[in-house]
Design a protein around this ligand. Structure first.
Ligand code: NOJ
Length: 556
């Protein structure tokens, strides 16, 4: 089936985590002017769209994912004038901007919540989810994503409010039409300002349907809220309403942070255009958890078989039904090259390029997370005091301080998996603090900035940066990269991830060695055609060298 064309299918999106991108005023915190100063860098890389994680007024419990005013700029990040200038500079360069829509919850310092908690009959009471306790306990056994109960008791009115994330992130009550109208009004306001799309935070949880205890998995402390709070019918209803009231009036790119199964994705991102353009899947990240009580905190690696089975399933089962987003990691995951590749000095560059090849040649809109294009690595902090993430501290309290897990195990898991690994400052050059700030950075700079930084990479034609630039250019110049169908190959191989794309009789064949060994792969030599890109200048017959990636174009 011929894929319908759309600009957002052809786009490469770059995710900016503003706090860690570039600090223009020396306070140690990245800001909007810092982004504006580096737009030429992004243009040189070749990306089309910049998704900026939340930059709205916020007490910063969760680095801006706790918003106290949707129509004001976080003071550490600048002013509305700074925003207007940034947006106009983005547009001047022919790029677009995606806003992070965080409307599952607000900050507890949002004016709505301040009102809401005042009294049971306050007009804003129903903007949030308030319930009576059950036998002196929380209304249900649900746990917060950041540890502890998902319910907080409020002395003032003697009721509990729901917070799927931290206690400072109360969930909005989407069942209340006034809440939905407020959200749609706010979205329209930003669209009128000229933004080009929305990334929708935890959008799959906006429709809560029942408030009942969830199943408690073995070894876990809290019950699972998913049956009542995730992928519900009401969520789909609200998204369709949002499309009708806001999205359909503009030419936007929309991506929902939704997770779930491929079937669920096909509904959110259906080709009928009734809800969203695409969603972010989490399966390749989540499946690597050990599925113990500790969830993502584990020693599980990233075996080829598991990763390939998941990514291939998402590629093939969305065909003809839905559009995909393709990415490996973001600001909520450790660094891509550390998690899926090999960040040792010997293999870092090759494996970063191999992973990039694998993702960029797939079917879907590609997302690049800041610094990934340089092959930035995990921070591997060894002391708790080096961390900044609310999730780390909540987890430490729940599991280590309570004596359930020993500190050495927890610290090892933080080093491998913590979100702070991906939140260290962008490495711009070899100057103090990697050129990120003249002040004291809010989180430590990775000391490897002397070896890994944008300035050096821009001067080196063989750098990871230039490799990304070339991959992006291929997507922009070859229809097959965007619109070709996806066919898995060598699915039994223990070392090689291979697939092909097909369009109008032409074929693009991709071979990636997932290992640090030289492995047999006569199939790569057997494909006739022209090599489009590889992370090795020369090849050895019959084999793929460590982390080798090769893309071959065969014209009919
Ligand atoms: C997902 C965001 O990506 C993450 O950073 C945040 O902590 C949660 N949603 C809560 O908003």
């Amino acid at each position: 089936m011929q894929e319908t064309r759309a600009w957002w299918k052809e786009a490469v999106v770059y995710e900016v985590y503003p706090r860690s991108f570039a600090d223009s005023n020396g306070d140690g915190i990245g800001d909007l002017n810092g982004i504006t100063e580096h737009l030429d860098y992004l243009k040189t890389l070749g990306v089309d769209v910049i998704w900026i994680t939340p930059f709205f007024a916020s007490p910063n419990t969760d680095n801006g994912y706790d918003i106290s005013d949707y129509q004001a700029i976080m003071k550490e990040f600048g002013t509305m004038e700074d925003f207007d200038r940034m947006l106009s500079e983005i547009h001047k360069r022919g790029m677009k901007m995606v806003l992070d829509l965080v409307v599952n919850h607000t900050s507890d310092e949002h004016a709505w919540f301040i009102e809401s908690r005042k009294s049971k009959d306050n007009p804003y009471r129903d903007y949030y989810i308030w319930k009576d306790g059950k036998d002196g306990q929380a209304p249900t056994n649900w746990g917060s994503r950041f540890s502890g109960s998902a319910w907080a008791y409020d002395e003032g009115t003697g009721q509990y409010y729901l917070h799927l994330f931290s206690t400072k992130q109360p969930d909005l009550n989407w069942a209340n039409p006034k809440v939905r109208d407020e959200v749609y009004r706010m979205m329209t306001w930003w669209c009128e300002k000229g933004i080009d799309g929305f990334r929708m935070d935890v959008i799959s949880s906006i429709g809560k349907e029942r408030y009942e205890d969830g199943p408690v998995a073995s070894g876990r402390i809290y019950g699972n809220d998913a049956p009542f709070c995730k992928h519900t019918e009401s969520t789909h209803r609200y998204l369709r309403e949002m499309r009708e009231k806001v999205l359909s009036h503009y030419d936007l790119i929309t991506v929902g942070e939704a997770g779930g199964t491929v079937e669920q994705a096909c509904r959110y991102a259906s080709s009928d255009g009734s809800e969203l353009n695409m969603i972010f899947s989490f399966e390749h990240n989540d499946a690597l958890n050990d599925h113990t009580a500790m969830g993502k905190w584990s020693d599980h690696g990233a075996p080829l078989g598991e990763v390939r089975e998941i990514l291939n399933r998402w590629q093939t089962q969305t065909a003809g039904k839905a559009w995909n987003s393709v990415y490996l990691t973001n600001h909520d995951q450790p660094r891509q090259v550390s998690r899926y590749g090999n960040d040792s000095p010997l293999f870092r560059e090759r494996s970063a390029k191999m992973l990039a090849t694998l993702i960029h040649m797939m079917r879907g809109t590609v997302y690049v997370y800041q610094g990934e294009e340089l092959g930035m690595t995990n921070a591997y902090f060894t002391k708790l005091s080096q961390y900044r993430d609310v999730e780390v501290f909540g987890t430490w309290e729940q599991w280590v301080e309570s004596g359930r897990v020993n500190p050495e195990d927890m610290m090892r898991w933080f080093e491998r998996i913590s979100r702070d690994n991906a939140r260290t400052p962008m490495q711009w050059n070899r100057n103090k603090n990697a050129g990120f700030t003249d002040g004291t950075p809010w989180i430590e700079v990775n000391p490897n900035y002397l070896q890994i930084n944008a300035e050096d990479e821009m001067q080196d034609p063989d750098s990871v940066f230039h490799y990304y630039q070339k991959l992006i250019e291929l997507r922009h110049t070859m229809d097959i990269v965007v619109y070709g169908s996806f066919v898995p190959m060598l699915e039994e191989s223990e070392a090689v991830y291979a697939y092909r794309r097909e369009l109008d009789g032409n074929t693009l064949s991709v071979f990636c060695n997932w290992t640090e060994r030289t492995v047999d792969c006569p199939e790569a030599d057997a494909v006739p055609g022209r090599e489009l890109i590889s992370n090795y200048a020369t090849h050895k017959p019959g084999v793929l060298l460590p982390y080798e990636a090769r893309v071959i174009f065969t014209e009919s």
